[in-house]
Design a binder for this molecule. Structure first.
Ligand code: GUN
Length: 284
């Protein structure tokens, strides 16, 4: 059996087309949605992500700007800028690109962002709301994955879901969303003992481990839904996910490709969260 492909690129495009009318309506009422992305340092991958985030906003008529700092900038400079943006009525979303340089206290920076402008959903208040099953902002990557389940008509209720990866950005919020959707959830990591015994019983398998081709066909239950969150750069410059796509394609029931899978959905849901923030502020 060859798996059905869940096309994230097409779904992202479809959703972004739908956002345009909401952005126009907000703009007409004087609430043009605005996102600021803060980048500290010059990590090449982060630079690409940040550029795509800003361009994603501009393409659908939103306001967006990037603020960059040298890697050596002191934390207070960034905290002061965040305070200024918290008070700016034209800015609805503030995102600090992670990771930050080692001399930063990441938690302190994320907590400095006003919860109602935390379109990443990383502020403790928003993480708590998600954990309680009453989310205000859902972290963009797992939010995108949930939209892909919706698109693929994947019913999560009562299903065995296994997430490989326990990061604050993907693994943990993904697990919470699956729990909230009624799945039976196991969170593994790259060092989980007898990982195979977990993955092989997964109806839903989410790979967010950051290791190229970590999930091989023998780890996948026939017919399972396999979601590849990984974006790894191979020595030859090609992008590759955490899943051995060619092998798993023959075993899975549904699968997401890399590129063209989860990646385009992440930025799409960032746009969704920023529009949502603007709509709330406008009282819509
Ligand atoms: N670095 C990698 N993914 C993300 C993300 O979703 N948000 C932020 N702020 N930084 C990231």
């Amino acid at each position: 059996m060859t798996a059905q492909i869940i096309d994230g690129k097409a779904l992202a495009e479809e959703l972004r087309q739908g956002f345009k009318a909401r952005v126009e309506a907000l703009t007409a009422k004087g609430h043009k949605p605005g996102l600021v992305v803060i980048l500290v340092g010059a990590d090449p991958a982060s630079e690409v992500y940040v550029r795509n985030k800003v361009n994603g906003c501009l393409t659908i008529g939103m306001h967006s700007e990037k603020i960059t700092y040298e890697a050596t900038v002191d934390q207070d400079t960034v905290l002061n800028k965040i305070a200024e943006l918290n008070a700016d009525p034209n800015i609805h979303g503030i995102l600090v690109q992670l990771p930050l340089p080692k001399h930063f206290d990441e938690e302190k920076v994320l907590e400095a962002i006003a919860a109602e402008k935390d379109v990443d959903g990383f502020h403790a208040e928003n993480v708590g709301a998600l954990a309680q099953g009453n989310p205000r902002f859902i972290p963009c990557t797992p939010y995108g994955v949930m939209k892909m389940f919706e698109k693929g008509n994947v019913d999560l209720t009562g299903k065995e879901a296994v997430v490989i990866g326990r990061s604050n950005i993907v693994g943990k919020p993904m697990a919470l969303l699956l729990i909230n959707a009624g799945a039976t959830v196991t969170v593994c990591n790259s060092r989980t003992k007898d990982l195979l015994s977990h993955t092989r019983r997964a109806d839903i398998l989410v790979a967010a481990v950051g290791k190229p081709k970590f999930v091989t066909a023998d780890m996948v239950k026939p017919g399972a839904v396999v979601i590849d969150v990984g974006i790894n750069r191979l020595p030859d410059g090609k992008l590759c996910g955490d899943v051995d796509y060619a092998g798993c394609l023959e075993v899975a029931g549904q699968i997401t490709p890399v590129p063209g899978g989860v990646g385009p959905m992440t930025i799409t849901m960032l746009l969704a969260n920023t529009i949502e923030a603007a709509e709330r502020k406008a009282g819509l």
